[in-house]
Each structure stands twice: as C-alpha cells, then as structure tokens.
Write a protein that binds this ligand. Structure first.
Ligand code: 16G
Ligand code: MG
Length: 537
C-alpha cells in the first residue's frame, strides 16, 4: 500500500462518519449543525489537496463559515485560485467524499478522483484556510488540516477572516498583480483606493451593524487605514457570547424589513448591516417620521450600475456595462435598469456563482442578489482600457481607476461594497433618501413552504418556472394572470429544507393574495408537511 493511502486511512480513523446523515455540497458549500461536520472537514481537506494538485499546485482557499445561519451551524466551502467559487463539476466529488461510509471508501475515492481527473499525485499542493468567529471553527479547522496534511498539502492557516478576505488572499497568492496576499494588503489596497476616490469630498459618516460577527474586528482594523476619509461606528460587534446573527445582520434586516436590534436609528443617518461572514450588505435609514427604509441588493445594483454607466460615458470609453439579477430582483428595479438606464439585464439562477459567471460576459458586469450579495467585475480588456486611456474626461477616468481598486472582484464583499456605495453617494452628494427615490419597489412577499421532498422541485429559465412537479406551473400561471403586474415563482431552497414562494404585484393586497394562494397550491399539490399554515389561501 502506498504511504499516502496509509496516511489517509490512519488520519481518517479520527474522523468517523455519523450514521444516517446525508451531506450535499450546495450553493454555499456544506452547511449544517456544526456537530455533524467533523468528518466532512477532514474529507474537504483531501479534496482541496486534489484540487490544488489538479491545477498544477496553484493555491486553493478553504473558508469555514455558515454565514448568516445561527451560531450552532457551521460550514465549509472551497475557493478556486482566482478567488472564485469551486468549479461546479467538483461539487459532485465533494458530495461523494462527504458521504463515504468507511475509511477505505474515503481513500478509494481520493485515488479514484485523481485517476478520473488525471491528476499527477506527485505534484505539490498548497491551501490557505480562513474561518469566521463561530466557536466550533477552531476544532473544525483542525480536522480540515488533518485531511490536508495526510494528503501532503502545504497549509497556511490564516485564522479569523471574513469570507471575502479569504477569497482576496487566495487570488493574490496566485495572481500577485491583484494585491499583496495578506489581510494588511487587503486593507491597504481598498483604503488607499477609497481615499483617492473621495479625495476633496466631504467625509461621510456611517453606522455598521456587524451581526456580532467577524466583520466587527475586521472593520475596526480597516478604520485605522481609512483615517479621516470615513467616520465609521461599529455596532453589534460582540463576538464572544454566541449571539452571532441573532436578531441582527443583513439577513435579519432583509427578511423582516426592519432594523436590527441593539441600537436606534437617528433620522436620515446612513446605516448598513453585514452578515455573519461579511459577504453581504444592505443599507437602511429612518425618515423624519421614523419610518424604516431598506436599500437592498437591487438598490445597490441601481445606484452603482447607474453611476458606472454615467462615468464610463463621461470618460468617453466604449465599454459595455451589463447587469445580472435573479428572479428575486424586484420587478421595478429591473424596469428602472432596462427602461430608464437602458442597460442590458440578464437573469440567472440564484447563487453567486451563476451571477458571477454571467457577469463575466460584459466589459463591466454589475451583479447583486436582492439579499445584498454581489460585486462589480471588469474584464481584463476593460481594465486596461480604463488604466491606459489618455484622452477623455480626467475626473471620470480618475473615478473609474479608483473604483476598480475599491471593489473586491473575487466575490461579494460587505466591507468593499460599503466603500463603493459610500463613494458613489459622496460623489452624488446624496442622502439615502435620494438613493431610495430612484424607483419605487413593487410590493413583494417571500413565503416558505415545508414539503416532504423539496428535491422533487425542478426549475427552468433561471428559476422562474417549475418543470416538476408537472402541472403546478400552469396553476401558478393562472393565479399570476389574475393580478396586475403579477409575478410569482417557486424554487427549492439550497440552504434550508423548504420550498420558497416569491410573489409581487401592483398592490400589497394583490401581492399577498398571490403569494399565499401559490403557497397553498404548493402545499396541497406537492406534499406539504405538518399543519397547513392559516394564512395560505
Ligand atoms: C447562498 C448563496 C446565495 C443565495 C442563497 C440562496 C453563495 C455564496 N451564497 O447563501 O447567493 O442567495 O444561498 O439561499 O452562493 P436559498 O437557496 O436558501 O434560497
Ligand atoms: Mg455570507
């Protein structure tokens, strides 16, 4: 037996699989109750080694986080060399390895994948690891490192990082032109660029709800680099007491359309919330009357998209700017982008990797999910056009050049997105109310339905239609036709054991009728479980 096989078997013995648990590498990697993740971590270590070897020894990233989930959960996902999500065809290998029943099977899969992908096992492998503030994180990283070590990878444990910082460092290690591969390199790059972007403008003041997560210490670190360029107040930054994401953070604010707990909103102030691993952000403010106004990912697309288009035009550059949304984008945001801004809008399935991939088709691609996850990406041609332009409006070129470096192109990044939005607001001299006035949202509603088997739901056309269960879509279409400007779709969640129903319509009443009627149809015709919720029609 080879030494490596023996090493993998020996180390695997310390990470036995629990009986009867099925693991799936989904849109956000593996994510579940932390108590079940130990064997998964070990095996993800093996897979990360293989992935690095398969790519000629390039550095692979591994992030240990469960994002906005409760603190008892944890999760893990792999990051490819340019800072992008793991190549989709490898998700299947991750799932296979995680579900192996015996140590022998784990080793067989390791060598089986190597053979199938024609991986040279003598190739070196290198992996960087980051984790969020969850108490389970350290032990899970140790199990991950066991897998990496048994399979011979060189490991760098970066400790506490936001998810986007881990993506950034991974990218820089493989592509030094992107930046210095350290947390300090990250702060230096984006803070220098922000200072350049807003030079000469009135500094803004923002209060940031960090969801009691990793964003808090990291944002505090950033403020020392920003100096006077921005006045940041960190709130909800208690990472010691296991209250991560509890009634706070971007997901809480977006789902409930209300402010997080823990502080009061002064009228017309600038506020935002990060999620637990700081890769999502939403903004909000209270008006004079105390009413709460949410500015979600769709709004960020509209603000940033419009600003970039205008600046590209002002700079006299011939670059195509495009926007990518999902079916969850409010219909009026799409309407605003297409009809008022005349910008091409593409739709993809939910999940960052789909949006990112689509955005790569433009010279400059702007993508944000309604939930606040997104970024802007520049093709390398667009980047050189912007960097090398000699004529054209100097101010516009200056803005674009600094914007490129404020943006974390590898993945949605709450810290970097915050600076991008603030940079735009500073240039426009807008309060959040001005941003809010760009368009008016159509009333919308999201409803969860618990069914026996959510995997029986198959969507097509970027999640907008159901292919299975058969006949359900025709029933949904009939309901949509009854309301004005109606839209509704159903998709299985990739992160929770539920089916999600989305509906929007011209009025709140029509919207709610549509949402609860469709939810009722799903419940009745597609195996609803438990008591039928009273609000379902
Ligand atoms: C994950 C995705 C996010 C998506 C969400 C949908 C990544 C990094 N994150 O959090 O993009 O919006 O899942 O959740 O891809 P759902 O499938 O439960 O609706
Ligand atoms: Mg997150």
């Amino acid at each position: 037996m080879s030494n490596v096989r023996q090493a993998i078997l020996d180390a695997s013995a310390a990470h036995p699989a629990p009986a009867g648990v099925h693991y799936t590498y989904g849109t956000a990697g593996f994510r579940m109750n932390a108590d079940l993740l130990d064997p998964v971590m070990y095996r993800v270590g093996l897979l990360a080694t293989l992935r690095s070897k398969a790519l000629g020894g390039k550095v692979i990233g591994v992030m240990v986080t469960a994002s906005h989930n409760p603190v008892r959960d944890n999760g893990v996902k792999l990051v490819d060399p340019m800072g992008e999500m793991l190549k989709q065809s490898w998700e299947g290998y991750a799932t296979q390895l995680a579900n192996a029943q015996t140590h022998e099977e784990v080793a067989d899969l390791y060598f089986g994948i190597a053979e199938e992908c024609e991986i040279d096992l003598d190739q070196s492998a290198s992996v960087v690891v980051g984790r969020d503030t969850r108490p389970s994180g350290e032990a899970l990283v140790a199990s991950l490192v066991d897998g990496l070590t048994a399979s011979g990878a060189t490991v760098t444990d970066l400790g506490l990082k936001t998810t986007p910082q881990l993506h950034f460092v991974t990218r820089c290690l493989n592509d030094p032109s992107y930046g210095t591969p350290t947390e300090e390199g990250y702060y230096q790059k984006i803070s220098d660029a922000y200072k350049t972007l807003v030079a000469g403008l009135e500094p803004l003041k923002i209060t940031v709800d960090c969801a009691h997560g990793v964003g808090a210490p990291k944002l505090r670190d950033l403020t020392t680099y920003l100096g006077d360029a921005l006045d940041v107040t960190v709130v909800n930054g208690d990472i010691e007491h296991g209250i991560l994401n509890y009634h706070v953070g971007a997901d809480f604010v977006k789902v409930n359309v209300k402010q997080p707990e823990g502080f009061d909103l002064a009228p017309n102030g600038i506020y935002c919330s990060f999620d637990g691993d700081a890769d999502r952000i939403v903004f909000y403010y209270a008006d004079e009357a105390g009413a709460f106004h949410l500015l979600d990912g769709d709004r960020i697309t509209a603000l940033v998209g419009a600003f970039i288009i205008e600046t590209v035009r002002a700079a006299g550059l011939d670059l195509q700017v495009g926007v990518v949304q999902t079916a969850y984008a409010n219909g009026n945001s799409t309407h605003y982008l297409r009809d008022s801004l005349q910008v091409p809008v593409a739709f993809t399935q939910t999940g960052v990797k789909h949006l990112h991939h689509k955005a790569e088709e433009y010279d400059i691609g702007v993508y944000f999910e309604a939930n606040g996850h997104g970024t802007v990406i520049f093709s390398s041609a667009a980047r050189s056009t912007i960097r090398n332009a000699t004529d054209g409006d100097a101010k516009a070129l200056h803005i674009l050049r600094s914007l490129i470096d404020v943006i974390n192109e590898t993945v949605g990044d709450a810290i970097s997105d915050m600076l991008v939005v603030l940079g735009v607001l500073a240039h426009r001299q807008w309060a959040l109310a001005d941003w809010d006035a760009l368009y008016k949202d159509l009333p919308s509603r999201l409803v969860k339905v618990v069914v026996g088997n959510r995997h029986a739901f198959k969507t097509i056309n970027a999640d907008t239609q159901l292919e299975e269960p058969a006949d359900l879509q025709a029933r949904i279409d009939a309901e949509v036709a009854k309301v004005s400007r109606g839209r509704s779709f159903v998709r299985p969640s990739g992160t929770e054991d539920v089916v999600r129903v989305y509906a929007e319509a011209e009025t709140r009443e029509e919207c709610d009728t549509l949402a609860y009627t469709v939810a009722g149809l799903v419940f009745d015709l597609a195996g609803g479980v438990g008591e039928r919720p009273a609000e379902f029609l």
